[in-house]
Structures are given as C-alpha cells and as structure tokens.
Design a binder for this molecule. Structure first.
Ligand code: LRH
Ligand code: MN
Ligand code: MN
Length: 386
C-alpha cells in the first residue's frame, strides 16, 4: 500500500534550487541566441526566479555563479532575494574562464596559477558568509588533451592540496560539493572525471565534503541511479545538478530526454532516505532556444513528477516480490508507479497550498513575460558560449 497523504507531505517539503544562469542568454560555441526580456543584472535574475517560486511554491533558493553574478554587496543581494521570498543558495565557483587556466586551475603546473584559482575558491567562501549560503559547488575543467602533457599523479596531489585548504576555510555549517565530469573541455584526462575520484577526495577531506551528481556528466549508458544508491549509502551524496541529455553535457531540461531515468534516480533517493535538506536538488541547465522562465517552471515540475512517482512505489509489494525472487512481479511494482499519472496529485497539492494547478499556464497569464520584454533591453548572457 502506498500512502498518498505521506507522498503529498514529502512533495510539499522537497525544494528545487534554480540556477541564476538558466535565466540568462545561453547557447553553444556556435551561436548564442539572444531572447527578449532577459535579465541584465543578478537582481533581475532573482526577479525571474521569484516568478518560478511564485508559480511552483517549491523553488525558494537560487544558485549563484561567480563571477557571472558578481555584485559589490552580497548582503544587499541576499536582502533583495528575501524581499521576494527567496534565499541565495549554492555558490558555484568558476575557475575555467580565464586565459591563465589554459593548462588547468588548481591542478596547473605553475604554483602562481594554482594560487590564483585557490584565492577565487576562498573568495567564494567569503561570499557564502555574506549570502548565508550553505554550499560551495566546485567543478574543475582541469585536465589534459594529450598523453604525456602533464603528470596525472602530480595533478591529483595539487588538487588534494587545494581542496584541503578550502575545506579548512569552511564554516561550521558550510559544505563543499565536488562535481565530477567525464570530459570537456579536456579531452584526454580530466582531473575529476567520475564519482570514484570525487568520492576518494571527499572521503579524505571529511564530512563537510560531499559529492554532487550532475546528471549530464557521465558516459552514455552509465547507471546513474546505482551511483546515487552507493553515495547515499556512504553518506556522501551532497546533491544533484539536474539536467537532461541525449549525447553529452547537453544541459537540456531535467526530465525531458529520459524521464524514466529521472524516476529511477528519484526512486533510489527515496529508498535511501535522501529526500532531506542534506541532499540539494539543483537544476543546472540552459535554455538556448526555448523561453527561459516557463522552461525552468517545467523542469521543476518534471523533478516533482519523478519524485511523486518514486514516492508511489509500493515498498511492501516490492520487497515481497524481491524476497520471493519474483523478477517480473518486482519489475511490475516499479513500472506501476512509473506509469501512474501523478499530474492530478500534484495539481491537487498546488490547489491545497493556494497555487494555480497549472504553473506554466498561470505564468503565461501573469503578464510577466510581456512586462520584461518591454522593460528590459540588452539582456545579459548567462556566462559562457559566446
Ligand atoms: C560544468 C557544469 C558545472 C558548471 C556549470 C555551468 O559542465 O555542469 O556545474 O558550474 O556547468
Ligand atoms: Mn553542473
Ligand atoms: Mn555540466
């Protein structure tokens, strides 16, 4: 038996963090398509994020990317967010967009470049102090393009040294989330290419270091839900960067390319007791050709739908079938939940909390898109892809 009321309570408690960069113009290395009404400042990105939260009720935090969201006064930005019912969330560091980082950042062979990268990471912790953010997300584009280019082991030593220094700087309630990615921009070795490497570093560092799973950062065919189950079991799953992909790091809307995979991931989260604030559910995606705010709303809803289905899995029936070795029955229990149309349940939940049951339609009716199209001229690029 599944408990609809318990599922609703869990859905009401789950929050999804939206990324500031999803609201800005973005593209590929071939072309960035500018859209009308796109934010010109981090403040305007918060205005748009507030629309997503107003329609969905479950997106109260916004991730920042430094320096894309650099401002003079972060406490003022946090206050601006609070006035809109939002909080500033994860601080994403950026040590990949400077000429000095051609051979890497914290793994660079030159000590001076490593120091520059480390100083940026430490500055991000200062920013967290000002914004009240809990998490620092670390993704390194570091790697090499050719065999022999640099010493693979020495680069791991340099990485460990930098991570250790950042770890020591963290406050009592702050965490660092280490994000791995198979390849790109480095094409031969990447210094944090997989969950195992991230896990090994985080394990040595201690409990404030956690692994973050970006769903677009694996080889095709990788069983991501297995990684999720394992990290949760080890107490090392810090959060997700949700997005979806058909080929590589496509950064398409979460749940768009493979909703079944998102369900399987969320089932392991539920099964492993990961539906808690200790696991950060973040979006990390770009909307290159589609309208941005409704795309973020749709993505939040996709995460909610996958979570709802995961919560509806009949755990008793599943474990009975598993104990009996009834392969088909066990699979059927999982598929029953996946094939349930959870949209009425989520619509009901929204109505109960005073929201419109259809967040995308409500956004389109709100007039916000027309307003920003008229008022904002010269929207800001999300940060890369120029
Ligand atoms: C790297 C990544 C990482 C960055 C973001 C913009 O591919 O996933 O999380 O911070 O993209
Ligand atoms: Mn990411
Ligand atoms: Mn990515």
């Amino acid at each position: 038996m599944t408990d609809r009321a318990a599922a609703k309570a869990a859905l009401q408690a789950q929050t999804v963090e939206t990324p500031s960069w999803a609201y800005g113009n973005s593209g590929t290395r071939f072309k960035v398509f500018a859209q009308p009404g796109v934010p010109r400042t981090p403040y305007e990105k918060l205005d748009d994020a507030a629309q997503v939260h107003a329609r969905t009720g479950v997106a109260p935090t916004v991730a920042l990317h430094i320096p894309w969201d650099r401002v003079d006064d972060y406490a003022a930005l946090a206050k601006y967010a609070a006035e809109r019912g939002l909080r500033l969330g994860t601080i994403n560091s950026n040590v990949f967009q400077d000429d000095d980082y051609r051979l890497g950042s914290v793994c660079h062979p030159d000590r001076a470049v490593r120091r520059k990268a480390l100083d940026h990471l430490l500055e991000c912790v200062d920013i967290m102090d000002a914004t009240g953010s809990r998490d620092l997300k670390l993704w390194f584009s570091d790697g090499t393009n050719y065999p022999g280019q640099d010493d693979i082991r020495a680069r791991q030593d340099r990485l460990a040294e930098a991570l250790g220094t950042v770890y020591e700087r963290l406050g009592e309630k702050q965490r660092m989330l280490l994000e791995y990615k198979l390849f790109e921009p480095a094409f031969y070795t990447t210094d944090v290419p997989d969950w195992g490497t991230a896990y090994a570093h985080c394990l040595r560092l201690g409990p404030k270091a956690q692994v973050v799973v970006d769903t677009g950062h694996h080889a095709p065919g990788t069983n991501i839900e297995f990684i999720v189950a394992l990290l949760l079991r080890e107490g090392k799953l810090g959060g997700f960067d949700f997005n979806s992909r058909f080929y590589a790091d496509d950064d398409l809307m979460a749940g768009a390319a493979d909703p079944f995979q998102l369900f399987r991931i969320m089932y392991e989260v539920v099964r492993g007791g990961g539906l808690t604030p200790d696991v950060a559910f973040m979006l990390d995606q770009c909307h290159n050709i589609e309208q941005k705010i409704p795309a973020v709303i749709r993505s939040v809803m996709n995460v909610q739908e996958a979570t709802a289905k995961a919560l509806l899995v009949d755990g008793d029936a599943l474990s009975a079938a598993q104990r009996a070795g009834d392969v088909l029955a066990a699979n059927a229990v999982l598929m029953d939940a996946y094939n349930t149309d959870v949209r009425p349940l989520l619509a009901e939940l929204r109505e109960e909390t005073g929201l419109d049951p259809d967040p995308v339609a409500a956004y389109h009716r709100s007039g916000w898109q027309q307003r920003i199209t008229e008022e904002r001229v010269g929207g800001q690029q999300a940060g890369w892809g120029a």
